[in-house]
Design a protein around this ligand. Structure first.
Ligand code: UD1
Length: 423
């Protein structure tokens, strides 16, 4: 079992280039299934979630190969129209294959993704969107069977779900006629997906706004695309500097995509400067608590940044209120932060972080992807040694957390823990 060993309490100094965005690359790889010609996707992060996505593509009959940080996908001869339970179970976002498989093959079969570590994550909006396009969907004992020739239609999402917007776009490019998706999610990853679809010959407009229009049925061809930088990974590294003190720079990232987070870090007393494609941060005194932080769909404060920013604010002067409005169980890192000396009270979707003067290194366990990264952020600002286990969660979304934090000057290493040791 791997662990991270962190020697905390040292100010950081360094610069790191941010990896490609997990939440972009997964739907983009699923989109490559729509093309009868080879697609090349650059800036793909080496993540277990990406490996699972490639396994799904291979199961479907595609060739999917790494070449450095690029992935070549050849979906010219698809053979299957299902995703096996084992692969669905590995990664909830496998559901984004529903639209492309149905669109390309006229049928799709996969298991219901069910709940996950963040609490229940329904897919009713995905299914309603596909039904609007003419899909016949049967749900039996946890399996979903879908079929139908798709036709353009007017989809109105009752809330701006990222995954449902992506599934609807992916299905709509194969449907005859025009589809409009109203109350669409506006995340930068949706814009990235639109850009890739259009390089394949699709006709998609409006991503980044609340209405996405797809003129479906265009013949698709191969495409080449570079995935945008991961704004949540960038937030994690900025939070690490805020927690440990010192200075650092994240590069390759569009600051406009994380301005709600940098605004909070500035309010907390960090000096933040945004350049063309980089963000510099410096922290030379104790942080102060900030006004309430409410997670919301983009461009609001991202739920994915809640845990890492909370970790940075554990030592702030005063109390900060967090309100988690996107997922039910997204405070599982709180118990672990408490083991490090943090004072946090949770009631329902609200968490109040009472700043303490010091955090102390401890043995802690990551409970989910961003919660795990938050423990590293807290560990860098804690006195003494922090040992983090449960790295499989972190590996889903960070291609090299230890290497990247070392580039920022952190004392962190990954080790194989001896089986006799208890943690
Ligand atoms: C995506 C991101 C995830 C991020 C989340 C919110 C990927 C792979 N994952 O997840 O990192 O935390 O956006 O920004 O891109 N909902 C329903 N019914 C549905 C779908 C969603 O009720 O059919 C609800 C969810 O329970 C949640 C909210 O809508 O409360 C937002 O979920 P959604 O935007 O769909 O998140 P994901 O696409 O799963």
């Amino acid at each position: 079992m791997s662990i991270f060993r962190i020697e905390g309490g040292h100010p950081l100094s360094g610069s790191v280039r941010v990896q490609g965005a997990k939440n972009s690359v997964l739907p983009i790889l699923a989109a490559a299934f729509l093309s009868p010609e080879e697609c090349v996707i650059h800036n793909c992060p080496h993540l277990t979630d990406v490996e699972h996505t490639l396994s799904i593509l291979r199961h479907l009959g595609c060739r999917a190969e790494w070449e450095g940080d690029s992935v070549r996908v050849d979906a010219s001869a698809p053979q299957n129209a299902d995703v096996p339970d084992s692969l669905m179970g590995e990664m909830r976002s496998s559901v984004v294959f529903l639209g492309p498989i149905l669109g390309r093959m006229g049928k799709a079969e996969l298991s219901y993704p069910g709940g996950c570590e963040l609490g229940p994550r329904p897919i009713d909006l995905h299914l309603a969107a596909l039904r609007t396009l003419g899909a016949d969907i049967q749900e039996r004992s946890g399996r979903l069977s879908c079929e139908g020739r798709l036709k353009g239609g007017d989809i109105t999402l009752s809330l701006p779900s990222v995954g449902a917007t992506e599934n609807a776009m992916l299905a709509a490019v194969t449907a005859d006629g025009v589809t409009t998706i109203t109350n669409a999610a506006r995340e930068p990853e949706i814009v990235d997906l639109q850009n890739f679809l259009n390089t394949m010959g699709a006709d998609v407009h409006g991503a980044g706004s609340s209405v996405v229009t797809v003129r479906g049925g265009k013949p698709l061809h191969g495409g080449e695309h570079t995935v945008i930088a991961d704004r949540i990974v960038a937030c994690t590294y900025l939070s690490a500097v805020a927690s440990a003190g010192g200075e650092g720079e994240v590069t390759g990232v569009d600051w406009r995509q994380l301005s709600t987070v940098t605004a909070v870090l500035s309010e907390a007393g960090c000096k933040v400067e945004s350049g063309m494609d980089s963000i510099y941060i410096r922290t030379d005194k104790r942080l102060r608590a900030v006004r309430p932080i409410r997670t919301a769909p983009y461009p609001g404060f991202p739920t994915d940044a809640q845990a890492v920013v909370m970790a940075a604010l554990c030592k702030a002067q005063g109390a900060t209120v967090f309100s988690e409005n996107m997922f039910d169980s997204r405070y599982r890192h709180v118990d672990e932060l408490t083991r490090m000396g943090a004072d946090i009270r949770v009631e329902g979707k609200v968490a109040v972080v009472y700043g303490v003067e010091r955090l102390f290194g401890a043995k802690v366990k990551s409970t989910d992807l961003r919660g795990g990264a938050a423990l590293a952020v807290a560990g860098l600002g804690a006195e003494g040694e922090t040992v983090i286990s449960g790295l499989k969660h972190i590996d889903r979304g960070y291609a090299g957390l230890a290497e990247d934090l070392r580039a920022l000057g952190a004392k962190i290493r990954r080790e194989e823990e001896k089986l006799t040791e208890n943690s």
